[in-house]
Write a protein that binds this ligand. Structure first.
Ligand code: PLP
Length: 422
């Protein structure tokens, strides 16, 4: 048998095997569609010219779900609220970054991603389980908006296996289990695989959605643990420079993404072309940035450990409960770059600590290359009442720090000085 050759006598190339950090630079973008440019053009157009009325009819039939596109069919674009080239490029690039994902949908904020997912699958009379603590904005969405639409939120303490199992077993029309892990701002973790397995035991399994903003897509892979959807505030690590807002949902099943995009078309919350372009240039460095930030944070918390003016430091490497340690070891590759310090002396000391920072900025948000610190009880989680704050472990002395890419020794010095001065 002779060696295989193509019609020009050349040996065929071996199949290309590429890892996520390589694939993110290879996928989604065809330079021929951007006049040969090495970076995608920004297609700011709001509407697209059809090649024929038949092509327009076909594009609408596919968009409305009346017919399936053929696998290799090039369905024409319609109107940018539905989709546009920069969203398609970005969505294709997200897929290799998220282990286990088949598809992605981009939104104009993380809250748009979360609310669109809920509105796609929950209806009046539905129940939704969520883990506590949860980001304050998500808490507000569930109680100030979704509850009025007849969607009942059911809180479950993060990391409580029995409470999660019985909540899933006992709920009525349970449509979604929304897990934020690690939780904002205490970093308590929830076992994703356990919740997904319990969800599948129901005759009408709810979707399991994980807010993966704190550790994903680099250090935690919920879709490989049985979750159906992974949700991001792309504003944070994905964008990485505190200069844009965005949201992403990745899914194991492309059918789920199709439904989500239909909701997005109706709500009109797709990410704009310029922002998609900006975000897709950031994806290639997300693992570089997160690795550096996580190492920085680890060195800093080790340097601050046991400080006399702090009750405790919340960081995955300092988990005291065996169950929290087990979950961390089972589902996270590295601890990430957020930690919270619970200061002795409550709110006055927390405020004084923040006033003493010069490198770290007193701002909400996280995941940017610059370090940020905030007081969750009076900012990100301030819509919660005292009981809810206490249940969530958001104490008056808690300060949350998002570690950036600065030299960790400067940050460790700054936090030690601020702690010493209290
Ligand atoms: C865990 C988490 N999820 C969602 C959000 C909301 O994201 P966005 O501000 O992009 O809407 C945030 C914002 O801080 C967050 O921390």
């Amino acid at each position: 048998m002779g060696e295989a050759r193509d019609d020009k006598g050349r040996r065929p190339l071996p199949p290309l095997v590429a890892r996520p950090d390589t694939q993110v630079l290879m996928r989604g973008f065809d330079p021929r569609l951007s006049v040969g440019s090495a970076r995608p053009a920004v297609f700011r157009s709001s509407t697209y010219v059809f090649s024929s009325p038949e092509a327009a009819e076909r594009a609408f039939a596919v968009a409305l779900g009346k017919v399936e596109a053929d696998p290799d069919e090039d369905v024409e674009l319609i109107y940018s609220r539905l989709s546009h080239p920069n969203a398609e490029i970005l969505e294709d690039q997200m897929v290799p970054l998220e282990t286990g994902a088949s598809s992605a949908a981009v939104f104009n904020t993380g809250m748009a991603a979360i609310s669109s997912a809920i509105l796609t699958w929950c209806k009046p009379g539905s129940q939704l389980i969520y883990t506590v603590p949860v980001y304050g904005g998500t808490h507000m969405l569930l109680y100030e908006l979704m509850r009025d639409f007849g969607i009942q939120p059911i809180p479950v303490p993060a990391g409580d296996l029995d409470a999660m199992a019985s909540a899933i077993a006992e709920a009525g029309d349970l449509r979604m289990v929304l897990i934020e892990t690690p939780a904002n701002p205490t970093l308590r973790m929830t076992d994703i695989a356990h919740a997904a397995a319990r969800a599948r035991e129901r005759s009408d399994p709810p979707l399991v959605a994980v807010d993966n903003t704190f550790l994903g897509p680099v250090f935690q892979h919920p879709l490989t643990l049985g979750a159906d959807l992974c949700i991001y505030s792309a504003t944070k690590y994905l964008a990485g420079f505190s200069d844009m807002l965005g949201g992403v949902v990745t899914a194991r099943d492309p059918e789920l993404t199709r439904h989500l995009r239909a909701t997005r078309s109706m709500l009109g919350n797709i990410l704009q072309p310029d922002e998609c372009w900006l975000l897709d240039s950031r994806l290639a460095t997300v693992s570089l940035r997160m690795n550096k930030q996580s190492k920085n944070a680890q060195r800093i918390v080790e340097a601050l450990r046991g400080h006399k003016n702090a009750h405790r430091i919340h960081h995955p490497l300092f988990f005291e409960e065996p169950e929290q340690q087990r979950i961390y070891a089972a589902q996270c590759d590295y601890p990430g770059a957020i930690f919270s310090v619970d200061l002795k002396g409550g709110k006055p000391m927390a405020f004084e600590f923040l006033r003493r920072l010069r490198i770290t900025k007193n701002a909400v948000s996280l995941g940017g290359m610059e370090s940020l610190a905030c007081h969750p009880a009076t900012t990100t989680h301030s819509e919660m009442n005292e009981q809810q704050l206490a249940e969530a472990g958001v104490t008056p002395g808690l300060v949350r720090i998002s570690v950036g890419i600065e030299d960790w020794r400067d940050l460790a010095r700054e936090y030690a000085d601020a702690l010493n001065a209290l």
